[in-house]
Design a protein around this ligand. Structure first.
Ligand SMILES: Cc1cc2nc3c(=O)[nH]c(=O)nc-3n(C[C@H](O)[C@H](O)[C@H](O)COP(=O)(O)OP(=O)(O)OC[C@H]3O[C@@H](n4cnc5c(N)ncnc54)[C@H](O)[C@@H]3O)c2cc1C
Ligand SMILES: Cc1cc2nc3c(=O)[nH]c(=O)nc-3n(C[C@H](O)[C@H](O)[C@H](O)COP(=O)(O)O)c2cc1C
Length: 615
């Protein structure tokens, strides 16, 4: 019996936690498999006797997208109530208690598992980022409980004592060099092949570096459900000299047969690490001489498939390509990274420092998280510690895709996707200038570059009838999906029942789609723009909503309209919801009590009369 860990993660924390659990089991010489939820064959679930579920929560208590296939399957009403009676499961959720629905996805999943007859192994663990020691406060006792409950059922593969946390576990993936001349695999220990020129390495940016090694055909780095597209436009849409660089991006699908996407859909881009970052990492790790050797990756353990962010074992790659396309060397190191360094460090002083990090999450926060210190910078501070090729694929986190709300509709821009992307650029608390990873990559991307993109269906849907009024609230780049919705509403004769609340700093600096809003106003769309700094008193979208209380009440309560809120996940979404509740209350223009109006708005969102998407 081999237990299975299934994780659903958006920004990588739950995935990292899942792999920590797997390492704990392996250090006790037990077999275990760790996989993303969306790749697990659902028909196998009822026969998985020992299961560990790990998930984060996003949006307003929503599951990460990778939990959705499993979640939707479990929700089917036709499922027998005892279908999971053979499953014994433990669950750990990651969340942040400052959100109203703390660890909601995990809690819903646990409830549904029980509803389908699964047997709980121990109490669920709910890791809270707001806790003094972050998720560790809940994770460490939960992990101990889970090991205590699971291990007795699992045969040990060795009679040796468990590997301590400081012991280096055997690798789970192998990087096998391939002889260039005859494709015969060569011995890793006898590596002395001189670097090969790689396909496109010298032109890393602005063109895309693909995972193909010269002379070995082209095995592209595009996953099956991604499509090829070409960058058509990459223009600054904020005023020159304005502090924030926001880009209007247009991408054209390569395949003319591409299926149209719905308004509100999400486009994912896979950024690449820059040549400079890759070179810096290789130098820091003393791996320069191995950077361009053609290799293949293989899973060593029968029960553990290759992680989905790695190229398949059939594809040839190089370390340089892996660092460019698959592994994140700019990420801020998590606790697990310091645990790896501790296992590897030969230096007493470095070990002491690493022990401090591992013992106190606050130390990691101060050293790594707050100043956005990267993995490469951390390695520069721990100069004696080198990441070996044998473990590099486990130690470095995946290079994450970045998601963007599509700002265009297929109807108005067939064959194209338009995005509104705010380039991330800031100074850390140590006054070091920083740029976002995807932002830097996009900044350097020139028109005509071929890139893979992924289109995910929307989580927000317009009401089927154009006669249902809609209120679209999207300050900043949150206006992206609202612009797509407005295009569709205007084309379907629903302009007069559409209201857009957009927020910017000033009409002259960052008022996106200004000329389009003028056109839409002429067609009857109510376009309300809060330019926060254009007058003495700051003005935000929620102020304009309150000003329009009559219309808000009439459209929502009298006519059953929908409200959509998109943009920054700071206080904005909550304040907009509060403003709407105020409008429909007796204090505003309605007749509900304060409590009733809040419940009304909550229920509206639960009933999918609109929705919220924040990032
Ligand atoms: C569903 C969804 C839709 C989205 N739609 C859009 C969209 O339409 N347009 C858009 O621009 N973005 C959108 N995003 C956000 C986008 O996916 C990326 O997160 C964003 O572009 C930054 O990526 P990056 O790689 O450039 O930055 P990263 O390298 O990921 O850096 C971002 C990190 O930098 C740090 N940081 C940023 N600013 C500061 C600061 N001032 N001080 C300290 N630390 C800071 C934070 O830790 C932040 O998490 C969306 C996200 C989601 C989930
Ligand atoms: C936009 C956004 C929305 C979130 N919403 C919730 C939420 O509703 N409830 C919650 O408990 N945590 C919420 N979180 C916190 C995440 O669950 C937490 O950061 C977690 O560590 C992310 O794990 P992941 O990287 O595996 O996705 C949210 C985080 C973000 C960035």
């Amino acid at each position: 019996m081999i237990p299975v860990i299934l994780y659903a993660s958006e920004t990588g924390n739950a995935a990292d936690t899942a792999h920590r659990i797997a390492r704990a089991f392996r250090s006790h010489h037990r077999k275990i498999s760790c996989q993303p939820m969306n790749l697990f064959p659902l028909s196998s679930l009822p026969h998985t006797n020992l299961l560990i579920l790990v998930t984060s929560t996003h949006g307003r208590g929503d599951p990460p997208p990778t939990m959705l296939p499993l979640w939707n399957a479990l929700l089917r009403s036709s499922l027998p109530e005892d279908i999971l009676e053979d499953v014994h499961y433990a669950i750990f959720g990651l969340g942040d208690s400052s959100y109203e629905r703390f660890c909601w996805a995990g809690k819903m999943l646990a409830r549904r598992m029980e509803g389908l007859g699964a047997n709980k192994m121990g109490e669920p663990g709910w890791g809270d980022e707001r806790s003094p020691n972050g998720i560790e406060d809940a994770f460490l006792p939960w992990l101990q409980q889970t090991l205590d409950l699971f291990l007795p059922y699992l045969p040990s593969t060795s009679s040796s004592p468990p590997l301590p946390l400081t012991g280096l576990p055997p690798p789970i993936y192998s990087l096998r060099p391939v002889s260039v001349l005859d494709d015969v695999p060569v011995n890793l220990d006898r590596l002395s092949i001189s670097p090969l020129p790689t396909n496109g390495h010298s032109t890393a940016a602005p063109s895309r570096v693909e995972d193909s090694v010269q002379g070995h055909g082209s095995s592209s780095s595009k996953p099956d459900d991604w499509v090829w597209a070409t960058l058509g436009k990459n223009t600054r849409v904020t005023k020159e000299g304005w502090w924030q660089d926001v880009r209007g991006i247009e991408i054209e699908f390569e395949d003319p047969e591409t299926m149209p996407y719905l308004p509100g859909s999400i486009c994912s881009l896979q950024p690449q690490s820059s040549t400079e970052d890759v070179d810096a990492f290789l130098e820091m790790s003393g791996l320069e001489d191995q950077a361009d050797i053609p290799m293949t990756i293989e899973a060593i353990l029968e029960e553990q498939p290759l992680a989905p962010h790695l190229p398949p074992s059939s594809a040839q790659t190089t370390l340089r390509l892996l660092l460019t396309n698959h592994l994140d060397i700019r990420a801020s190191p998590r606790k697990s990274f310091f645990e790896w360094l501790r296992r590897l460090s030969p230096d007493e002083r470095e070990r002491e420092r690493l022990d401090e990090f591992i013992a106190d999450p606050d130390e990691i926060h101060t050293y790594a998280t707050r100043p956005s210190r990267t993995i490469t910078e951390t390695l520069a501070d721990f100069r004696q510690t080198r990441i070996p090729l044998t473990h590099i694929l486990e130690i470095l986190p995946p290079l994450r895709r970045r998601q963007f709300s599509i700002a265009s509709s297929w109807e108005a821009h067939p064959g194209k996707v338009q995005l509104l992307v705010a380039l991330v650029e800031y100074k850390t608390n140590l006054k070091i200038p920083r740029k976002g990873l995807c932002s830097s990559w996009l900044n350097a991307l020139t028109v005509g570059t071929r890139i893979p993109i992924h289109i995910a269906p929307p989580t927000l849907f317009l009401p089927p009838s154009p006669e249902t009024p809609v209120i679209l609230v999207g300050p900043g780049t949150g206006v992206a999906p609202m612009r797509a919705f407005t295009e569709v509403r205007a084309r379907h004769g629903a302009a007069i029942d559409t209201a857009v609340y957009f927020g910017c700093r000033s009409m002259t600096t960052d008022c996106f789609y200004a000329s389009e809003w003028e056109q839409y106003k002429k067609q009857g769309v109510k376009v309300e723009i809060a330019a926060s700094r254009d007058q003495a008193e700051k003005l935000y979208v929620q102020h304009l909503i309150k000003r329009d209380k009559q219309r808000i009440r009439e459209w929502i309560v009298d006519r059953g309209g929908s409200v959509y809120i998109t943009g920054s996940s700071n206080a904005m979404p909550r304040e907009v919801r509060e403003a709407i509740a105020w409008c429909i209350s007796a204090e505003g223009a309605g007749d509900m009590s304060e409590e009733e109006s809040k419940v009304y708005v909550e229920r509206m969102f639960e009933e999918k009369r609109g929705g919220e998407e924040s990032w």
